[in-house]
Design a protein around this ligand. Structure first.
Ligand code: HEC
Length: 126
């Protein structure tokens, strides 16, 4: 009965730790999150838009589909191996940078390959 449950909750001894949220559902959510992470690699193989979506994270600075605006370096149409080599140089510190050395560390080598393939297939700006 709901009113009984309510009453019993109020009777909890003050010394018992209380949580402002239902602990059980938090644990369940955590377990689900772990399961979700475990299934990530298979998701990467089945998501046809993964390369495009990863490449979209570069658009803020390098323009839509890598077609840069203004002084920004364009990356649309850059051969994949060239782009990968440049990003590797940023990652290792061989190529000094203001920001790219940080950005590249946010991607796995597999993700960089997908991104490079995507930009290589884009039409450069005329
Ligand atoms: C916050 C802005 C920003 C984002 C986001 C960004 N870049 Fe850059 N990128 C730069 C800047 C600035 C440079 C020039 C090097 C430096 O100072 O870091 C650069 C340089 C580069 C270069 C070298 C271009 C050349 O011709 O020398 C490549 C390749 C590159 N970025 C690829 C990427 C890729 C791929 C992504 C997405 C994963 C990305 N960038 C995301 C700002 C950004």
């Amino acid at each position: 009965m709901p009113s009984c449950q309510l009453f019993r909750r109020r009777q909890q001894p003050a010394s018992q730790p209380t949580f402002p949220f239902p602990l059980r559902s938090v644990l369940q959510a955590g377990a689900l999150a772990v399961l979700g992470l475990a299934s990530l690699p298979s998701l990467a193989q089945t998501d046809p838009h993964l390369a495009r979506n990863l490449a979209a994270t570069c658009a803020n600075c390098h323009g839509t589909n890598g077609r840069a605006v203004g002084d920004m370096k364009p990356i649309a149409g850059m051969p994949a191996d060239k782009l990968i080599a440049m990003l590797d140089d940023y990652r290792s510190g061989n190529q000094p940078a203001t920001i790219m050395h940080q950005i590249v560390k946010g991607y796995t080598p597999e993700q960089i390959k997908l991104i490079a393939g995507y930009f290589a297939a884009q039409q450069p700006k005329k």
